[in-house]
Design a protein around this ligand. Structure first.
Ligand code: ATR
Length: 281
């Protein structure tokens, strides 16, 4: 019987997930189907029920449902509990809704794929942004036992709320987590081992990210979660001054295979062929 999965969101037309999973289903010759379903916020609970009843193995969740669905899950993984967000749902054999946040694995595995020799433990990291993506990244960094995480964000209150939510976890892991204003953030880049843009700035159609890299440690890796364009202004500037870079498209691919493997029951590999395919979409 064909195994069914999907992505739900509002809007949903822009999602690359159906093509990504379609590529993997074909590559691994799986009898599966992955569709895009437009779900309005007011219909979320009802839509999930109908997906459970019609035999879906699970689904991805995108904007704007990632936080709301968290509260509708019967079981939550540690990652979901820490980020309070769910982007991957697995429907268990006894029809329970299991919520996972695979952005954390997506972020970490993409870093490993591009910079295999870089270990996060004890490193000093800088994160721009305090939205959902940033929460997953901060969670991954704390779990990897970095030494410092410095965060900056346009909306300071939002960053402070994020820091507050991760206070217990960061203390437990001996990670220093601190907000810096834009100016101090730029200054402190001289000590950075890893700089991450976790905002949508630099994406096609969005304003570009304004950040002076003149103080940035030349050994630091610069990681942008934006993947359209693949080479953002931030990554171009970093590359031109000699820093190593990590592009964002792999984060999408690595977060996707978490769901793919659970629903369709086989191991999948992220490779350059998949990343090149996604980059051209
Ligand atoms: P996501 O789930 O992709 O992280 P989000 O939760 O909407 O999306 O977060 C978007 C991030 O990009 C936030 O850090 C946001 O900053 P604010 O918290 O100040 O809103 C940042 N961002 C988006 N547009 C921005 C802009 N024009 N200038 C500065 N920051 C921006």
């Amino acid at each position: 019987m064909t195994i069914k999965a999907a992505v739900i969101g509002d809007p949903i037309n822009h999602s690359l997930s159906p093509k990504l999973h379609g590529f993997l289903l074909q590559k691994y010759n799986v009898d599966g189907n992955y569709s895009a379903i437009h779900v309005l916020p007011e219909n979320l609970a009802e839509s999930i029920k109908s997906m459970v009843n019609s035999g879906f193995a699970g689904f991805n969740v995108t904007i704007p449902h990632k936080e709301k669905i968290f509260h509708l899950c019967d079981i939550k993984t540690q990652n979901a509990l820490l980020t309070k967000a769910v982007n991957t749902v697995i429907i268990t054999e006894n029809k329970q809704i299991l919520g996972e946040n695979s952005d954390i694995a997506g972020f970490l595995n993409n870093l490993k794929y591009h910079q295999a020799n870089f270990g996060l433990q004890n490193k000093t990291t800088h994160v721009i942004g305090a939205g959902g993506a940033s929460r997953a990244i901060v969670c991954g960094l704390i779990n990897s036992e970095v030494k410092n995480i410095f965060i900056t964000n346009r909306n300071q209150q939002k960053a402070l709320a994020l820091i507050d939510d991760f206070k217990e976890f960061s203390t437990k892991k001996h990670v220093h987590l601190e907000f810096l204003n834009h100016e101090n953030f730029e200054k402190s880049l001289e000590n950075s081992d890893l700089l991450i843009n976790a905002t949508s700035l630099g994406m096609t159609g969005q304003p570009s990210l304004q950040l002076d890299l003149k103080n940035l440690n030349l050994q630091a890796i610069v990681y942008d979660i934006v993947y359209k364009p693949l080479m953002t202004n931030l990554l171009e500037s970093a590359k031109n001054r000699g820093n190593k870079i990590v592009t964002g498209i792999g984060m999408l691919a690595f977060q996707a295979i978490v769901g793919f493997e659970s629903w369709f029951g086989l191991n999948a590999t992220v490779d350059d062929e998949l990343l090149n395919y996604l980059t051209k979409l």
